[in-house]
Design a protein around this ligand. Structure first.
Ligand code: B3K
Ligand code: ZN
Length: 877
């Protein structure tokens, strides 16, 4: 398959002005009639109109009313070329689709008897031939026709203009979207659905109808999504002055979906996982995710839809920005400073857990990639999460008001346009009179920068010098990197643990946190009037997506853990201390016959945090969580998954022993009696309580078993139930099998909970490949449903490293089998799973060779999708 390059971008030869579509919905044969009016792009010299189509049965093409014979166009490899230079064209295209056989879940497909679409990035071409590229924007009018009993609800983008009966049991609905949009934002939904609705008044006084559509029987699970939508609308009005531009905004939940959700104009389509919630089936984390994803898709209405991407290389223009917006939204919804910090820590954890490894592996790519084979493979943590960090850095550099000015200018300049990441940077720069030329490198250079800090205190002159030195590892196709523009937020703690007032040489302002701008390879920043040697608090609030190294002593870290006014760095200090300990234990565990030993200093520091009533429970929970096996793995030259697992388990067990009484106390003190509420304070208490349970359960003794069993039996909400079941699943408790069976029986009818049941078993310590294979035999398992495949297979391959990396290579053989099986069903899902062996070169040679063999086995499979081919090809390269 060909590689597409950013440098090859050319504007389209024709603009599409209007699109009218008629759908005759039948699962096995849907007829689509499309009429588009096109206008020649005066700046183009291309004498051909180019359209794209995939897996379509072409019935007829008419140009200005005349049927086109096969000699009047060229159709090859999904590209339809019509030679023409006419100024205005009306093109009619009729296609025939088989939605019920569409298991890729791209284009038009059937899920549980209902019709849904997914068009981003290039799914519209599975519906009709079209100039399916984001810089071609048109207004759409859509006529849906179908059986009235089977498809009583007919939805598309925009406003409902007309509906009625057709006779012979069929009916129709006509929809019109007043805003011009790229084809990737087209959507239709048809089927047996019901909705919760609400009318709200927007800031301008206009009214808007909000609906959340679900299958019958799920109406008791829509309130939280509706609340989240209303909160999102209010937040965007307040924070960015952006109002909903439609009279009607719909969210529809579907059980078969490739990713989280999709921001189709006025008709967002969601994975059920990010809509359905009530205390019985959803955890606190689910509630938080639903709020974030509802917000994310809603915010796309401005950042993505009103202003969209010129080409798919600019994907982070909308995704990085919209993730930043949803992160800020979630933080504001919690409201407290400490809650904001916990949210920030959570986001950074995701970055380190998933994006840092990506940036260091064979699929590393810049936030604005230079090339791709299959764009679906580039909906990555780099585009999304690192992209959000890049947007956050503007705010760090320009301040909140400066950032807002930049946003306002961005919309003033580009509303209704398809633009580039550079346009966003220019708006930020121009609105603030700031030179952001060098900042561009965050978009063009891949890899996680490394910043090494060294300090010198001069007691005579009372100066404190911080030298920062940056570098960036080579990534595929990028050997040498130029210096980035890195905001490094810094504070200095005096010996009492208080923030010093900082006098940075050359800067008039005195503050307790200063943002140093590192622009050269190496720079020294000097603070004056520093009365004693401070402990530096570096990269506060994680002000840049870099690896910051500084030679802290254990005592420094314990001191920062106890005193730093920056909550992020309090957490960070604890993580550094724990990572240091885990790496040492891992090194020991690799020597045969070695004995692992405990570290009283670390447990004492953690005890202080655990028992510090001045800290929010949510913060204490996150601070007591040790760095994950994946995060530790990334810090090793050669990864040994079993040794890491052994070390981490040992440390958890020894903490459980040392702090048992404290954990029991925390468990008791953080009960949440009364009706369940997902608010941040209650969720934080549950999180700390369940963290205590999970530590106590590491001891795997009778008392721990009773505790977990009691909670499992008595829980009145999913958060507590699943936490207790997880503890049991990882134990040798006598009631473990019965508890698992009971859970399944109780929630058999709730697919999202059955997913949890699979996932928790997939990640349990004792679950090996054989056990996963056995679970695949369960009647509820299916490879066709992405959520289900993810819950078992992905959870095992990505979430159970010590078993997946079994020394006999059985995990890899299993992985290859599943990638191949999935690829025949759903290339996007398969290509995601294919990423699990990304880091194969970092393992010991004996494992490496087995991983390489598995990768080769996949690569050599006949009829592999280009999605999976690109991933395994790059891994092996
Ligand atoms: N924009 C969609 C992602 C579409 C992925 C297509 N493979 C969801 C989102 O980011 O909001
Ligand atoms: Zn998005």
């Amino acid at each position: 398959p060909p590689t597409i390059y950013r440098k090859d971008y050319t504007p389209p030869s024709y603009w599409v002005r209007t699109v009218e579509m008629g759908f005759d919905l039948e699962p096995s044969a849907t007829r689509v009639a499309t009429r588009m009016t096109l206008e020649r792009n005066q700046t183009s010299n291309d004498k051909v109109l180019t359209l794209y189509g995939e897996e379509l049965q072409l019935v007829q093409i008419r140009l200005n009313g005349k049927v086109l014979g096969t000699k009047a166009y060229q159709l090859k490899d999904g590209v339809l070329r019509i030679p023409t230079t006419a100024e205005q064209i009306t093109l009619d295209i009729e296609t025939l689709l088989q939605p019920d056989r569409n298991t890729s879940l791209m284009g038009l497909y059937v899920s549980n008897g209902n019709f849904f679409t997914q068009c981003e990035a290039e799914g519209f071409r599975k519906i009709t031939y079209f100039p399916d590229r984001p810089d071609v924007m048109a207004t759409y009018k859509v006529m849906l026709r179908g059986d009235k009993k089977k498809y009583p609800v007919l939805l598309s983008n925009g406003n409902l203009i007309e509906q009625g009966d057709l006779g012979d049991g069929r009916h129709y609905a006509l929809w019109e979207d007043p805003f011009k949009k790229p084809s990737y934002l087209f959507a239709l939904v048809a089927g047996q659905l019901v909705c919760q609705e609400e009318t709200i008044k927007l800031k301008s006084g206009r009214e808007a109808l909000l609906q959340v559509w679900v299958e019958e029987g799920n109406l008791d699970k829509t309130q939280h999504a509706m609340d989240s939508l209303i909160n999102s609308i209010r937040w965007d009005e307040e924070r960015f002055g952006l109002e909903l531009d439609l009279d009607r905004f719909m969210i529809v939940a579907v059980g078969d979906f490739n990713m989280g959700a999709m921001e189709n104009k006025g008709l967002n389509i969601f994975n059920t996982k990010f809509v359905l919630a009530n205390p019985r089936i959803a955890t606190d984390v689910d509630y938080g995710n639903i709020e974030a994803v509802v917000g994310h898709e809603y915010f796309h209405n401005w950042t993505g839809n009103r202003v969209t991407c010129r080409d798919w290389f600019q994907l982070s223009l909308k995704e990085g920005l919209t993730v930043f917006r949803d992160q800020e939204f979630s933080a504001d919804m919690i409201g407290t400073d400490s809650g904001r910090a916990v949210k920030r820590i959570d986001d950074v954890r995701v970055l380190r857990q998933a994006q840092f490894p990506e940036d260091a592996g064979p699929m590393a790519h810049p936030v604005r990639p230079d090339s791709f084979v299959e764009i679906s493979n580039f909906y990555t943590v780099t585009i999304y999460e690192k992209g959000a960090e890049v947007v956050r850095m503007y705010q760090t550099l320009l301040g909140r008001d400066g950032f807002r000015k930049g946003m306002d200018l961005y919309f003033e300049r580009h509303d209704g346009q398809a633009v580039e990441c550079d346009d966003f940077r220019a708006a930020m720069s121009d609105a603030n009179g700031r030179d952001l030329t060098q900042f561009e490198r965050w978009y063009s250079q891949a890899g996680t920068p490394r910043v090494v800090a060294t300090t010198v205190y001069d007691a005579v002159h009372k100066t404190y010098a911080i030298t920062l030195k940056q570098s960036c590892p080579a990534t595929p196709g990028q050997k040498n990197k130029l210096p980035f523009h890195i905001p490094v937020a810094v504070g200095l703690l005096d010996s009492n643990g208080n923030d010093m007032q900082l006098h940075l040489r050359g800067f008039p302002q005195v503050q307790s946190t200063v943002v140093l701008e590192l622009m050269e390879e190496q720079q020294t920043f000097v603070f004056e009037d520093v009365s004693e040697e401070p402990v530096p608090s570096l990269l506060r609030d994680f002000s840049a997506p870099v690896n910051l190294e500084y030679d802290y002593s254990d005592a420094d870290l314990a001191f920062l853990m106890a005193h730093d006014s920056d909550a992020f760095n309090r957490w960070e200090a604890g993580q550094r201390l724990a990572a240091r300990r885990l790496l040492a234990l891992t090194a020991t565990a690799q020597q045969s016959g070695a004995v692992l030993t405990t570290d009283p200093a670390l447990s004492e520091s953690l005890r202080l945090t655990l028992n510090d009533a001045a800290l929010d429970p949510a913060f204490r929970e996150i601070a007591l969580n040790l760095p994950s096996e994946t995060v530790i793995a990334e810090q090793m030259d050669v990864i040994n998954p079993q040794a890491i697992h052994q070390a981490r388990r040992f440390l958890r067990q020894s903490l459980a022993q040392a702090l048992r009484a404290d954990f029991i106390e925390a468990y008791k003190a953080n009960q949440t009696p009364g009706d369940y509420s997902p608010d941040a304070a209650s969720a934080g208490k549950r999180a700390l309580k369940n963290l205590a349970l999970s530590y106590i359960s590491e001891l795997d003794d009778a008392a721990a078993h009773v505790m977990a069993q009691t909670q499992c039996d008595g829980a009145d909400n999913m958060t507590d139930r699943v936490a207790a079941l997880g503890a049991l699943a990882n134990s040798t408790a006598p009631g473990k099998e019965a508890a698992l069976a009971q859970f399944y029986q109780d929630f058999e009818a709730e697919p999202l909970v059955v997913d949890k049941w699979f996932s928790l078993q997939a990640m349990a310590r004792t679950t090996d490949v054989a056990a996963v294979r056995k679970l695949m035999q369960h009647p509820a398992f299916s490879l066709k449903n992405p959520n289900r495949a993810r819950s078992l297979i992905f959870s095992f391959c990505n979430g159970n490293p010590s078993q997946f990396h079994a020394s006999d290579g059985s995990g890899y053989a299993f992985w290859a089998e599943q990638v191949i099986a999935l690829d025949a069903i759903n290339p996007q899902v398969a290509a995601r799973l294919a990423r699990s062996l990304d880091r194969w070169r970092k393992y010991a040679p004996s494992l490496q060779s087995k991983m390489q063999a598995a990768l080769k086995r996949v690569a050599q499979t006949a009829k592999l999708s280009k999605d999976t081919k690109e991933v395994v090809g790059k891994s092996l390269a």
